[in-house]
Design a binder for this molecule. Sequence first.
Ligand SMILES: [Zn+2]
Length: 212
Amino acid sequence: MGWTHDGAEDHEGYVTCVLADGRGTSASTGGGVLLMREPPEQIELDRQAGWEIRPADPGNANSRLYVVAPWDAVVAWQSACDCGWHGRSIKTTPESEGESYFGQPCPEIVENALMEDWSAHVRPMIATQEIAELWREARELDLRLAAAVQKQRQAGISWAKIGQAAGGMTAQGAQQRWGTSSIDVERVLRAGGVVPHDIRPQLPEHRGDDSA
Ligand SMILES: [Zn+2]
């Protein structure tokens, strides 16, 4: 039931159920929320509170134990993300006016509101991820172009002809752009036109600076 978005693969959002004592979990079952990593002392306290203690693996006597906290132990829902981000909380019992959701699973209206917060959290990353991908593609094309030019130069093709092929540049323009390229053409061609990561040529008119 996690929220995902293309372009933000490191981010999966979900609703965290927050208990009165501050513990939180995104796992739930029919009767309430599942706390799956509690230490033995805490499990004993929860047992004394009357909460159900359930073996994770019923067939195994040494199974790890899950605590099932009833829905009325949940005081708030909060949006969260795998990256560690947390959004706002919505209380199950509103302080003043508003509908009470005490004692029930997270209603759709609350989940949608929390998902909106998470969407706002990933939106800038989706935008910058697209720029980063396009930048990588543009950079790779720059390098492949330089490799192709160098290959033709080695085959004896004139700067005039190369410039003509490159959108009608002058011979001088083509030479200025690619004449001092230090790219390792052979390696690029061996890699099927894909530029190995450790090749970092200094192109005279490179479109940017990736050191920042
Ligand atoms: Zn995130």
